[in-house]
Structure formats: structure tokens, C-alpha cells
Ligand binder design. Structure first.
Ligand code: GRF
Length: 194
């Protein structure tokens, strides 16, 4: 896509699969006067995702895609995104990997938040692996999405110290709080760099 700068808010879709605490946080962010984004569609691959409650509560349209066939679902999503002129996708706990084809065909930008200090600990169960490896630090990363898992350009990262008493649950909670601070900041940075 050409540019994300302009007087109007960036038309944004958030993709979720589960709890949706990041979605809720981004909705609150989008409602702030100086927020650069407007969330117009929530996409989920899971009809039981708790996060869908946040779109309902805030009267934001949501759509659930079956994902029995990835290509068919992705094409449907692309069609809907184009119809709604979506310029930015924010992945927020979306558990499906977008295909190369999707990334190429989507005429816009895609961001993701990952609960580790990328490039370390790509993939799932990050907190468990971090604790098992006796790491002293962990954190979260917002990055742009490329066709390789958790590998696009890093926009912002927040590092936190792990206490001796931390287990993967307490660590996850601590990092999630940081995610909620980081994602809006990263979106602002990302948008202003275009
Ligand atoms: C977050 O930890 C995010 O970094 C990861 O999935 C989790 C989603 O949490 N990609 P929530 O659904 O936003 O509460």
C-alpha cells in the first residue's frame, strides 16, 4: 500500500482466536481522540472466542471464519477486508498462520504482537520455555508480519526482568500487562513512519 498518513483514521481490523485482552485494549485505544486507528472489523477463526464479547459490547462488526479450508477462508477474509477498505490488520492472539498468498494479496499492512523478545522464542508456549531455560529476561514484541512465523521487522520491544519466584503463569500475566502498553505505542510508531 502507498501511505498510511492522512487526516483520516487508519481503517483497521483486529484478528483474534481467544480471550481478546489485546483486542479490548486496542478498542479502548482506538476511541481516544488522538488515536490514529479506527477498528471496523474483528475477525475470528473461533466462534467461541471470548474476545468476540468485546466487539459486541462496543458495537464493532465481527466475523467468524470456519477455517476448515485455509485457502477458502483466507479468500473470504480478503474479500471482506477489501470491501471494507481495511488498511491495517492487527493480529492479537490469532492462532492461524497467514499464508504467503494472503500477505501478498492484502493491500495493506499487518502487525502482530508476540509474548517474547523476538527473535528468541518464536511460536507457542513461550513463557513455559523461557522459565524452563532459566532466562533472566523476557518481554514482548510488536513486529510486522512476513511469510515466516514471528519473523517480520521489529517495531517495538519491551524487556522485563524475570524474578526467581516467577512461574510461567505469573510471567505471562506480567508480560500481558506490558503488551497492553506496547501495542498502541507500536501502532503509533508504525503509522507515523509511513
Ligand atoms: C498474547 O500473549 C499475544 O502476545 C499472543 O497471544 C496472546 C493473546 O492474548 N500472540 P489475548 O487474547 O489478547 O488476551
Amino acid at each position: 500500500m502507498k501511505t498510511l498518513i492522512g487526516p483520516k483514521k487508519i481503517v483497521t481490523s483486529v484478528f483474534i482466536s481467544g480471550t481478546g485482552s489485546n483486542l479490548n485494549n486496542l478498542i479502548n485505544f482506538s476511541k481516544k481522540k488522538n488515536s490514529p486507528i479506527s477498528i471496523i472489523l474483528v475477525v475470528s477463526n473461533n466462534k467461541n472466542a471470548k474476545g468476540l464479547g468485546f466487539s459486541k459490547k462496543n458495537k464493532i462488526e465481527s466475523k467468524v471464519y470456519q477455517y476448515t479450508n485455509k485457502m477458502i477462508s483466507e479468500n473470504k477474509i480478503l474479500k471482506d477486508l477489501n470491501k471494507k477498505k481495511v488498511q491495517l490488520i492487527c493480529l492479537a492472539g490469532f492462532m492461524k498462520i497467514l499464508s504467503k498468498n494472503f500477505i501478498k494479496k492484502f493491500n495493506g499492512k499487518i502487525l502482530n504482537i508476540h509474548p517474547s523478545l523476538l527473535p528468541k522464542y518464536k511460536g507457542l508456549n513461550t513463557h513455559k520455555r523461557v522459565i524452563e531455560n532459566n532466562e533472566k529476561f523476557s518481554g514482548c514484541t510488536v513486529h510486522s508480519v512476513s511469510s515466516k512465523l514471528d519473523s517480520g521487522k521489529i517495531i517495538l520491544q519491551k524487556k522485563i526482568r524475570i524474578n526467581k519466584k516467577d512461574n510461567y503463569k505469573t510471567l505471562g500475566e506480567k508480560i500481558l500487562r506490558q503488551e497492553h502498553l506496547l501495542y498502541p505505542r507500536a501502532i503509533k510508531k508504525f503509522i507515523s513512519s509511513y
